[in-house]
Design a protein around this ligand. Structure first.
Ligand SMILES: [Zn+2]
Length: 87
């Protein structure tokens, strides 16, 4: 049986925010120009999620302790930030 010819993929821009390198991916799911940018992107996403989660937990605890308008607003904003990050 004849093997299917590999299609050359279109060049694309690196998905790392600060990188403008345009590269030709070897696999269709490849989003980064290099392993370094892949690692950094995931590290930064983790750090961001950790910070947002921490803010939400703190807002939740504050609201549980004292249900002021300010605490309610902060909780709503923290929940929205978390939602935006994961959706
Ligand atoms: Zn890159």
């Amino acid at each position: 049986m004849e093997q299917q010819e590999k299609k050359q993929l279109e060049p694309r821009q690196c998905a790392y925010a600060d990188c403008e390198v345009v590269f030709t991916p070897k696999r269709h799911w490849q989003r980064f120009c290099c392993d370094e940018h892949k690692k950094r992107h995931h590290q930064e996403a983790n750090d961001r999620l950790r910070a947002i989660t921490k803010r939400y937990v703190q807002a939740y605890q504050l609201f549980a302790k004292e249900a002021t308008d300010e605490a309610a607003i902060e909780l709503a904003q923290a929940r929205r930030a978390l939602w935006d990050e994961v959706s």
